[in-house]
Write a protein that binds this ligand. Sequence first.
Ligand code: AHG
Ligand code: MN
Ligand code: MN
Length: 324
Amino acid sequence: MPITTARTLGDFMEASWGRSESLEGIGAVVGAVAEGARMVQRQVQAAALAGVLGATGETNVQGEAVQKLDAAGSDIFVETLIGAENVAAVGSEELENPVIGGSGASRRYVVQMDPVDGSSNIDVAVTIGSIFGIWRRPPGDPVTGAVLLRPGRDQAAACYVVYGSSTMLVVAAPGGVDGFTLDPESGEFLLTHPGIRIPGKCEYYSTNEGNFGKLDAPAQEAVSRLRRSHSLRYVGSLVADFHRNLLKGGIFLYPGDVRSPEGKLRLMYEANPLSYVAEQAGGAAYSATQRILDIQPERLHQRTPLILGNRAEVEQTVSIIRGG
Ligand code: AHG
Ligand code: MN
Ligand code: MN
């Protein structure tokens, strides 16, 4: 029996955050993410027809080839978020510097985003996503430097979108983690996964086994241990791998290696938001040396090793990687 009477995202946010002073106005930010996600989802579904396959021919600040959908997604979310009236700045994987919306008192949030995660999968119709970290901006703080580089533990909320066999928006806030499924008919995100908690049993491990030879001995030992007792599931889109592990139980790891000690994934708009979601769902997230959410950022696009998922599995894996 299809869910047709589920609560809409808007009703849920009003009921959950409408009277919360600390989260005042955050509904408009998540609503702007949902609005942008509907537009990106239409392009993802049409992709070739929408002319968003392939690369733009440019490289971004990461030195990576920019896919047409990367650029289109970044533009869409910048527009909906800055248009939300209460966003002071948006940092994007695709932009060297943040877009400043303004410093008025009503602009009380700063968003860091990966507008399209899993770009290498766009052209082959494999699940991709979008990731957002949302920080409160202390009233009166100038919209520069420090307010844009706050540790992940200061996030007011975090959310991600998965454009897969269905399109889901997962939102984490102090009250917990809740999942909403896009109803293609109405265009509404409907509450289908209330109160998400990561299962106690860790079924899967997700890592790029092709990098095994580049890992140092402790990291190789950690991966070998997981290989002996878990099923490997690796999509190549962090948000898709994380979402499966969140719902079914699993651990994702992209460690540093001998060539890239800081790993590949970005702290501000990949590791921080998903680590916030993981911890709110009862999981854990480390860089191998410390809790992700405690890292004091220094640069907008800095990278970090990332191990996240089931708390017990993550803690054991990190202990091995540390040579414990
Ligand atoms: P993005 O498309 O935003 O650059 O992110 C891609 C990331 C992440 O989604 C994924 O887990 C990882 O790249 C895969 O890297 P490898 O291809 O090196 O495994
Ligand atoms: Mn990404
Ligand atoms: Mn990306």
